[in-house]
Design a protein around this ligand. Structure first.
Ligand SMILES: Cc1cc2nc3c(=O)[nH]c(=O)nc-3n(C[C@H](O)[C@H](O)[C@H](O)COP(=O)(O)O)c2cc1C
Length: 430
């Protein structure tokens, strides 16, 4: 079936299309599975709803949270998800994705401390509990734009990602990579001081650590074999571990499928474009065993070249290649496969927002049937964070939900503050 726009009047409509497409969408009428507490790394998580990292491109030039960053996290805190996965924060200045990406340093540590205090105070006051807060630490690698113009730091030349682009590619040396791994120590140390509960060594969407997982064609210590391709990520964990103490935990947002054919994609069958979870499962098990990660946040795709593998899209000025429910189903199946292979490790799933007012039904179905432990919402957190509390009474108003128009991503790509141009239009305009 080709692309169709969102037209579902009720869950039965969604089910019928999912069945026709053979898309894996376990829906639950009952939303109560989302509102049971769970424990995670010594914390009580109030509910199974998480907000995914959503970069706002609204930090100061020095990397501190700006007024719109503070506003966004106030909205998130008021909404009351059990876990807030704080957006991408750069580990080195040249690895920032924009001149306004957050960058945590000794100089702006107090600003991050204040923001975390405000998040906890607001959530406690509004909802009676505090969220778990995980910070995503990133090196944007290929997508670095520290001064607003592309300055790509790449692991290897990757034709599918470079087609039609003439950029000043810098292929990083092994020494560069060692320096970038080491930078995770300082970021982790500061992240703990700033009051986060844990840190994500970001390994998704083809930013640097993720790109290295598919560096089959790179010579030397960081390319070719599985051991070499995972070296950067594991060394970054070792560095981060050296910077933190006590209960502070490490985790990752990990691509389990890149959507590019061998030898350019991780989690992809050699000889086809089908997902192959073997290496992702091995890697997650190794992270669990060596670094005691208490959860893993599973995602897929690349926001620049196959953006709707990661965030299924409804309509705009082009028609996506596949039916959006096929994309949602791929993600749910991938998340479920990881959870089934590693049942003792809580998995957080991605890409629920496409289903609008029915997205909590998908989240509840996934959680109820044990396909994941936490349901992570991205665009919906921008458009309608209050859905979290609305869902407690089972009624999500369709007037406020995300319509997956993709315009928040358009703002992000243009380096201007990102938010919802439909539901928060007094603040965000294209
Ligand atoms: C504006 C925007 C900013 C994003 N920022 C991040 C980020 O900082 N880190 C990350 O891992 N993913 C980021 N993502 C991806 C989302 O976290 C999420 O995976 C995606 O939107 C799909 O989930 P959804 O269907 O709930 O929106 C971003 C996406 C958008 C649209």
């Amino acid at each position: 079936m080709h692309h169709e726009t969102f037209h579902y009047g009720d869950l039965a409509d969604v089910r019928a299309t999912a069945e026709a497409l053979h898309a894996f969408l376990p829906l639950s009428e009952d939303l109560s599975p989302l509102y049971q507490p769970m424990s995670l790394a010594g914390h009580i998580v109030n509910n199974h709803i998480a907000f995914q990292p959503m970069e706002g491109t609204d930090g100061t030039e020095a990397g501190a949270p700006g007024p719109l960053t503070i506003r966004r996290y106030q909205r998130f805190a008021k909404a009351g998800p059990g876990l807030i996965w704080f957006e991408a924060v750069a580990t080195v200045p040249e690895g920032r994705a924009s001149a306004h990406q957050l960058y945590l340093t000794e100089d702006n540590l107090d600003d991050f401390c204040r923001l975390n205090d405000q998040i906890r105070e607001t959530c406690l006051k509004e909802n009676g509990y505090v969220p778990v807060i995980v910070m995503q630490a990133t090196n944007s690698g290929r997508y670095s734009k520290p001064n607003g113009v592309p300055a790509p730091l790449i692991a290897y030349r990757c034709p599918p990602l470079e087609e039609g682009l003439d950029l000043p590619w810098k292929v990083l040396t092994d020494d560069d990579l060692r320096r970038y791994e080491a930078a995770f120590e300082q970021t982790a140390r500061l992240s703990q001081k700033a009051g986060f509960d844990g840190m994500d060594v970001k390994c998704c969407h083809r930013y640097l650590a993720c790109e290295l997982l598919s560096a089959y064609t790179r010579p030397g210590a960081y390319g070719g074999s599985y051991e070499n391709r995972t070296r950067f990520l594991k060394n970054a964990y070792r560095a981060a571990q050296a910077g933190v103490t006590g209960d502070f935990f490490l985790t990752s947002r990990l691509n389990v499928y890149d959507g590019f054919a061998y030898p350019y994609g991780f989690g992809v069958h050699e000889g086809s474009m089908e997902p192959d979870p073997q290496e992702p499962i091995r890697l997650i098990q190794e992270l669990r065993d060596e670094f005691h990660i208490p959860l893993i946040n599973v995602t897929m795709g690349n926001p620049y070249k196959n953006p709707h593998v990661n965030r299924p899209y409804d309509k705009g000025n082009y028609v996506p290649d596949e039916h959006p429910l096929t994309g949602v189903g791929r993600m749910m199946a991938g998340v479920s496969e990881i959870q089934a292979a590693i049942p003792d490790l809580p998995v957080m799933g991605s890409a629920f927002s496409y289903l609008r007012q029915f997205s909590p039904n998908l989240a509840a179905g996934m959680v109820k049937d044990g396909h994941c432990a936490l349901a992570g919402f991205g665009r919906m957190a921008f458009a309608d964070p209050d859905f979290v509390q609305e869902g407690r009474s089972g009624a999500i108003s369709k007037k406020n939900v995300c319509i997956s128009c993709g315009n928040c991503a358009v703002l992000l790509r243009s380096g201007t503050p990102a938010g919802c141009v439909v539901r928060d239009r007094e603040v965000y305009k294209l």
